[in-house]
Design a protein around this ligand. Structure first.
Ligand code: SF4
Length: 207
């Protein structure tokens, strides 16, 4: 069985890709085309964590490259964020669930060491949690996305302490709710990403 590299080890993304790419820790391994690990910049100060790969991601091997990813890229660009420079994108679960169902608790738990390693190595001060599954998988918060979105939450514990986490609507939810009218989910997400971009600029300016 593949293992995540030891905590505190120096980043070795090639070894990570090989080990994670061979993972069979949960049943999702049997239906995948490939393990979907990340895209973006390994040293980004803002990390975005989504749910799980869909069909396009499974085929192409990168997260957020299907319709929801295109919408996310558009919203990021409107906020002045460039994924190849400013952001590291990944999912809570690295293999595609059948019929695009939500990952189960056991699958999230099985995949968590890979995500923890990504957080430890990228070491982002800011983390966006895209959708309820990421919110539950990373923070253990099982409801309240509508109330929590747009609020920066202080991380706790050895891995998340010192980081700020921002719940955001998942772009696939925005595809199902396409109105851009003020107060609607898409408008709110645009505002949330603008807020994240501003916080990123403040962080960069203070370095
Ligand atoms: S979803 Fe995660 S834990 Fe399950 S097989 Fe894929 S990489 Fe391994």
């Amino acid at each position: 069985m593949a293992d995540a590299p030891a905590p505190g080890s120096a980043p070795d993304w090639a070894a990570f890709a090989m080990a994670c790419g061979a993972c069979t820790r949960c049943g999702l391994s049997s239906g995948r085309e490939q393990v979907v690990i990340s895209r973006g910049h390994h040293e980004a100060r803002l990390m975005l964590i989504g749910e799980a790969p869909g069909a396009t991601e499974d085929a192409q091997g990168e997260p957020f490259v299907g319709r929801s990813g295109q919408l996310l890229d558009q919203l990021l660009a409107e906020a002045g964020l460039d994924p190849s420079r400013d952001i590291y994108l990944c999912n809570a679960v690295k293999c595609r669930p059948p019929d695009n169902r939500r990952p189960r608790g056991g699958e999230l738990a099985a995949c968590r060491p890979w995500l923890d390693q990504q957080i430890a190595w990228v070491d982002p001060p800011l983390i966006g949690l895209l959708g309820a599954t990421a919110l539950a998988g990373v923070l253990g918060v099982k409801s309240g996305m509508t109330q929590l979105r747009g609020q920066w939450l202080a991380g706790e514990g050895p891995l998340l302490g010192g980081r700020l986490l921002l719940p955001l609507f998942h772009p696939s939810y925005l595809l199902r709710n396409p109105s851009g009218a003020e107060g609607k989910p898409k408008w709110l997400t645009r505002e949330d990403l603008r807020g994240a971009a501003e916080r990123l600029r403040q962080l960069t300016a203070s370095l």
